[in-house]
Ligand binder design. Sequence first.
Ligand code: GRF
Length: 203
Amino acid sequence: MLISGRGSNLQALIDAIVDGRLAASIVVVISNRDDAGGLERARAAGIETLVLSHRAFASRDDYDHALATELQARDVGLVCLAGFMRLVGAQLIDAFPNRILNIHPSLLPAFPGLDAQRQAVEHGVKVSGVTVHLVTAELDGGPIVIQRAVRVMPDDTAASLAARILEEEHRAYPEAVQIVLNGGWRLEGRRFVVAKSPTSASA
Ligand code: GRF
C-alpha cells in the first residue's frame, strides 16, 4: 500500500482482513512522508513499513521506478493507493498494469484532484460519494470498480461531508479490493465488467 497521511483507509483494509471480510495480506506499507500516521497503524499490525521520500529522487520517473522496484521485490500482486499524495507515472503504472487501485472521495468523473469534498459543497451537488478505480496515467480517471453515493446535506461543510464520505470509503475499499483480487473481471473500453458467476446466470 502507498500512503502519505493518517491511513484510515489502510486501517479499514487491515480490519477487514482481521475480520475475514477480505482475503488478502498487506505485504508492505510505503509512505513518501516519514510523519504519516498510517505508518504507526501498519507497525501496530505487524506490517513492514518503508519511507521513500520523493525529495530524495531527481525526477518523478526515478521515484516511481524506485517504488516499482520495492514493490516487485516483495512480489506484490496489487498496489493500493490510499491518500497517497503523489501523481503516479508510467514507471509505476507500466510495472503494475491494471493492478493499481486508488480511492477518491467523490463520484468521479466529478471533482477529481485535491479537495474533492470542498469542490462538491461549493458546486452545490446534492449527492457525492466515493469511487474506487484502477489507476491510469489520467489523474483520477481510470476504470471504476465501485462507487457509493453519499447525500450532501444543506448545512454540510467540506469537513462534515468528508467525515460521512470517509465512513463509506472504509466500507467500499475492502469490497473493491476483494472484487479485483477475485478476478473474473475484464475491461471493455474504460468499463470495469465483472463476469456473472454461473450460479447467478439465469437458466
Ligand atoms: C481519503 O479521503 C481518500 O479518499 C483520499 O485521501 C484520503 C485519505 O485518508 N484519496 P486516509 O489517509 O486513508 O485516512
